[in-house]
Structures are given as structure tokens and as C-alpha cells.
Ligand binder design. Structure first.
Ligand code: AGP
Length: 606
């Protein structure tokens, strides 16, 4: 969703900010804007804004738009339509203050009414403009104090960057619930809401905590709380280089990210396997063996794809560690006043680590004294920081809105957690070893599946005419079917339904006819015959079937054969060809693969 970039140094700022905004495009946005301290005698702030893409903004920049300090923003509309006026930065009445803001100001309507009563005229419908006026009206002397004054009135979430024409030597930033990362350069400083916009300039970053502010000058930065006390924050090195954020030789990020999965899984396993005890080491878990034995339930919370990964994870934990486990959409959990049990281990799963619904569920759980682990991809993200411990899934940067490699690595990480908990409880050494051997086989098996891409492409083209598709699976295969159905609909816009194969007779069978193909997950496990019976039922209604199985299925029109691993780990492999199926279906339909309509990569609002 919204994105912030800022720069202070000696270089021409506009091209730098535009490049930063382009790197944030993947998050999803509907307008963009920029404000700079203009160089030259006249000085002062100059802004440009445009509805639409960053290239639209670029084409609108005035001829004279030179400066070495500036802030910029990509906006995803919440308060007010996506148009030029509502695009950030927002200014105060005198045009001395420029603010870019991620998050939502909950009491904006109330503050707006007060300011209007005081004679302030608003130029936009946004909540953010309130903040610009509050900063502009503060009587404090220093910019930091003005911002602090304004923030005292604000209820809600924010990541902000502020320019003031009387303080041309600095950018002031603040964070509460929306990420702000400082990029530390040589006699130049950067700021962004996402490291993706920083890594081409510096890998030295400082991530602000909630309630923290910072002042950036060209050769210096300092951090402090919103109350004004100094904080210490030494720079950390970003794990991935700038190239990891680029598309490389691929035509889309989705294709690149699907293709990277063997390496990504290898990375998730690296340094974690302990052959001596047939278990794994998960350094950041912060859960000792005694505590792990005391866990009576596991509750996994996530949204979308991450929730589906959590569903597979819950089954793995239940099977390997024999702890009752389930997954629930975080977006629902937080609204049903859940019973929070001290013996339950909560696991928040998220690629971005920023998803508001997941973060809010974590905060509610923490408030009630629960122990919450994070299973997160983005290091240092809000959820990673808010949780008591956790597992980084190490998938590497995922840019495509449609999650693929992160899903796979999340499921692998859940397998690690299940194995760890299992070996502390009743999972035998032999079974621990069996799972470890299976995990080690995954990268090569993923490569084998990806080598079959040409065949999957043909199948995708064959089924791309469908208006609607059914996805079925049983037990371990059901969350795989759900995730595959989500993948197809979000990237190809083909309607898709996912059902447990066992539920067909209870209603969905009525939909089956030649124009409604079914994708069936048919692993060679103890439910094989049951799954085959479902294929019979569909065939008897003249339904077309594409099976994903360990061997060719006679009743299916087509089968994608995937290599067999251990039954508990098979869901990891069975999902991968269906990512390719969704990708090639979308490609043949000419969809905007990396940025499907109406979707954003990080859903940082409700
Ligand atoms: C995945 O393809 C989706 N775009 C979406 O469901 C996503 O998984 C969901 O919004 C959760 O995001 P997170 O993993 O960053 O928390």
C-alpha cells in the first residue's frame, strides 16, 4: 500500500526520489507525489503530484525542480478519492510544511472540524492534511517540537516524513504502527517505509520503533522518542543486495519468484538441521524445552496465502507434535473476543510482517498476556518486532503482489516448527530423521517440478477458457486446493472455488458440468482411494479434471505428476505446479501479473 521515500544530501533529489517510488510500486498505489526544498535564491518548498503511475508524476515535474532534499509518496486511497488533490505530500496553509504519511489518522474528522472552525481551509479530503496544518500552526521553535506538538493530537497509525521551509537542513520522521527505515549513506541520508527503496544506495539501515522519531541531516541522524528522550540505534546491514529486488532475466517478478523456490527452501533449512538429535535449531524461538512441553494448543493467525500456509502448518504440528492446532484468519480472530488461553502458543504468520489485521491480532494477544511467535519473511518488520520470538522464513524479497515463494517457505518453516516441537515431545528419532531426509530432498524435487513448466504452460492454455474452476483436496490436500484457488483468481481473475473433496456430495457437485473444470489434489497417501472416488463422481457428471498427483490418474483428463516426498511434506510440493498453472493462465489472458487489479502487496490498513 502507501510508500514513503526521502533523501537529504548533495545529489539532485528528484531523480533519486522517483527511482525510490518506482521500487515501491509493487506495494500497490493509485497516485504519487513529491516535495523538495528548492535550491536557488527563492528556496521554499516545491511540490508535484499526479493520479496514476510514477511515470505520470515524472512527466508532470516542472522544468525547474532542482534541490538536494525531498520527500515523496505513493498513495493507496483511504480518505478521499485517488486524485491529484488527495495525493501526498500535503501542505499547511502557508505552504511551509510538507508531509507524507502512511497509516490512518482515526480522529481526522474531529481534528478537521476543529481546524475548519478556526478558519483553516482544506485543499484535500485526506486525513493527512490535518497533520500538515497542525505542524504549521505549532508555535514551537524547532521543527522536531512542532512535529511532536502535532502528533500529540493524533490518534491512529502513522509513518511520516516532514519538510519545513524554515528548516532546509533536515527531514523529520516519526513512526507509530507504520514502518519507517532510515538508510545511512556517506554524507547523505535516506528514509523509506520499505528497504526495497533503499538497498540500491545503502545496506546500512536503522528501523524505527513505534513511538520513535528521527532527524535526518546530510551527514548525521539522531533518533529519539516522541517525548523527546534520545534513543540509541546502530545501523544494521540488510541481508539481501539490490539485485535481489530486481527482475533479472525474467519477464515478471512472479515468474522470477516461482523459479527461485529451490534456493529459497535451501536457505530456510540452512544451519538449522541437527542430525545428532534428528531435530532442528530455531535460534529465535525464545521457547525453551520445558515451555514447549507445556504448550497445549497452537493457534496460527494469518491472512490470505499466509493463512493457507498456516492451515498446512497446523496439520503438520498436530501430526508431528500431537498438539491440537488450527489456523484462523487474523482478520476474523481479532473481532470475536477470543478466549486467550495461557497454555496456547499463538503463531502470527506474514510475508510482509506489516499486515494490519495480523499486527492488530498480535497486539490484542500480547495485551492479554499470550505468548506469540512470528513466522515472518521481512526481517525487522512490525510483526517480527512485536512478537516474543519466531522463525524468519528466509524466502528473500518477494515483490509480486501474488505470493509464491513465501508461501512455500512458510510451509517449510512450519515443518521445522512441527519437527522441533515434535522432537521435544513424542516424535521418535526415526520419524525425526524421516522428516529431515524429506526436507533435504525438497530443493531437488522443486527443481524437478519447475523443469516441467512447458507442459504446465500447455495445460494452462487449455484450461484458460474456463469461466470458473473447482479446486478439491482432502485433509493435507485441502489447504493446497484453497491456496491454488486463491492464486488462480487473484492473478487470472477466473472465478475459483475450493472445497474438501469429501464435501462435493453436500452441494458443490451441482456445479459440475463440462464448462467447470476441477483441479484435484491426489497424493498417494491413505486417502488415495477416497480421492479417486471423488474423481469418479466428477467424471460421471462430465466434468473435466486436471489432477496433481504422484502418478497418472486414469479418471483425470490430465495429470501433473509431482515427485513424492514424505506424506506430511507433500503439500509443499503439490502447491508449486499450481502456482505455475495460475501464472501461465494469467499470462495467456494478458493479465497484469505482478500487480493484479485492486490488490496491494502489503495490506497495512483494515
Ligand atoms: C497472496 O498472494 C496475497 N496477495 C495475500 O493473500 C497475502 O498473502 C495476504 O495479504 C497476507 O499478506 P502477508 O503475508 O504479508 O501478511
Amino acid at each position: 500500500m502507501c510508500g514513503i521515500v526521502g533523501y537529504i544530501g548533495k545529489r539532485d533529489v528528484a531523480p533519486l526520489l522517483l527511482e525510490g517510488l518506482q521500487r515501491l510500486e509493487y506495494r500497490g498505489y493509485d497516485s504519487a507525489g513529491i516535495a523538495i526544498h528548492a535550491s536557488g535564491k527563492a528556496g521554499g518548498l516545491k511540490t508535484a503530484k499526479a493520479k496514476g503511475r510514477v511515470r505520470e508524476l515524472e512527466s508532470r515535474l516542472p522544468k525547474r525542480f532542482a534541490g538536494t532534499t525531498g520527500i515523496a509518496h505513493t498513495r493507496w486511497a483511504t480518505h478521499g478519492a485517488p486524485n491529484d488533490e488527495n495525493a501526498h505530500p500535503h501542505m499547511d496553509a502557508e505552504g511551509k510544511v510538507a508531509v507524507v504519511h502512511n497509516g490512518i489518522i482515526d480522529n481526522a474528522a474531529e481534528l478537521r472540524a476543529k481546524l475548519t472552525a478556526d478558519g483553516v481551509e482544506f485543499a484535500s479530503e485526506t486525513d493527512t492534511e490535518v497533520l500538515a496544518h497542525l505542524i504549521g500552526r505549532s508555535q514551537a521553535e524547532k521543527l522536531e517540537e512542532k512535529v511532536r506538538d502535532a502528533l500529540r493530537h493524533i490518534e491512529g497509525t502513522y509513518g511520516i516524513a516532514v519538510l519545513h521551509s524554515d528548516f532546509a537542513d533536515r527531514i523529520v520522521v516519526a513512526r507509530n504502527g507504520s514502518p519507517v527505515v532510515l538508510g545511512i549513506g556517506e554524507k547523505e541520508m535516506f528514509v523509506s517505509s520499505d528497504v526495497a527503496a533503499l538497498v540500491s544506495h545503502t545496506r546500512q539501515v536503522v528501523t524505527l520503533d513505534d513511538g520513535e522519531m528521527a532527524t535526518l541531516k546530510a551527514d548525521d541522524y539522531r533518533t529519539y522518542t516522541t517525548e523527546g528522550s534520545r534513543t540509541t540505534s546502530s545501523p544494521e546491514t540488510v541481508e539481501y543486495a539490490a539485485e535481489s529486488y530486481d527482475m533479472g532475466a525474467h519477464d515478471t517478478y512472479m515468474h522470477k519468484e516461482i523459479s527461485e523456490q529451490a534456493d529459497a527452501v535451501d536457505r530456510a533449512l540452512r544451519g538449522r538441521i541437527d542430525d545428532r538429535f534428528s531435530t532442528v535449531h530455531l535460534g529465535g524461538l525464545n521457547l525453551d524445552a520445558r515451555e514447549a512441553r507445556g504448550v497445549r494448543r497452537v493457534k496460527i493467525l494469518g491472512c490470505g496465502t499466509s493463512y493457507h500456509a498456516g492451515q498446512i502448518g497446523a496439520q503438520m504440528i498436530e501430526e508431528l507434535a500431537r498438539i491440537p492446532s488450527d489456523a484462523e484468519p487474523a482478520s476474523e480472530f481479532r473481532y470475536r473476543n477470543p478466549v486467550v488461553d495461557p497454555d496456547t502458543l499463538y503463531v502470527a504468520v506474514s510475508q510482509s510482517g506489516e499486515t494490519y489485521d495480523v499486527l492488530a491480532a498480535v497486539q490484542e494477544l500480547k495485551r492479554k498476556g499470550a505468548r506469540v511467535l512470528g513466522l515472518v519473511n521481512v526481517v525487522g518488520s512490525a510483526i517480527a518486532r512485536e512478537t516474543d520470538g519466531g522463525i524468519y522464513v528466509h524466502a528473500g524479497p518477494e515483490v509480486c503482489v501474488v505470493s509464491t515463494k513465501c508461501f512455500t517457505n512458510m510451509v517449510v518453516s512450519f515443518a521445522l516448527l512441527a519437527l522441533h516441537l515434535g522432537r521435544i515431545r513424542d516424535l521418535s528419532v526415526a520419524d525425526g530423521k524421516r522428516i529431515i531426509d524429506g526436507l533435504r530432498r525438497l530443493p531437488a524435487q522443486i527443481t524437478e517440478i519447475l523443469e516441467g513448466e512447458a507442459e504446465i504452460k500447455k495445460l494452462a492454455e487449455l484450461y484458460a477458457d474456463a469461466k470458473s474452476m473447482m479446486f478439491i483436496g482432502r485433509v493435507r490436500g485441502y489447504p493446497v486446493a484453497r491456496e491454488a484457488s486463491l492464486k488462480l483468481k487473484e492473478v487470472s481473475y477466473i472465478h475459483a472455488e475450493a472445497y474438501p473433496a469429501s464435501e462435493l456430495k453436500h452441494g458443490p457437485l451441482a456445479l459440475i458440468e463440462p464448462a467447470m473444470p476441477t483441479v484435484a489434489i491426489v497424493p498417494d497417501d491413505d486417502l488415495l482411494e477416497k480421492n479417486r472416488a471423488a474423481l469418479e463422481e466428477i467424471k460421471a457428471r462430465s466434468g473435466r479434471i486436471l489432477a496433481v498427483a504422484h502418478a497418472v490418474q486414469q479418471k483425470a483428463d490430465h495429470t501433473i505428476v509431482v515427485p513424492k516426498n514424505e506424506p506430511e511434506l507433500d503439500p509443499i510440493l503439490m502447491g508449486i505446479p499450481l502456482q505455475l498453472l495460475a501464472y501461465h493462465t494469467a499470462l495467456s489472458l494478458g493479465r497484469d501479473i505482478d500487480k493484479p487489479r485492486n490488490l496491494a502487496k502489503s495490506v497495512t490498513v483494515e
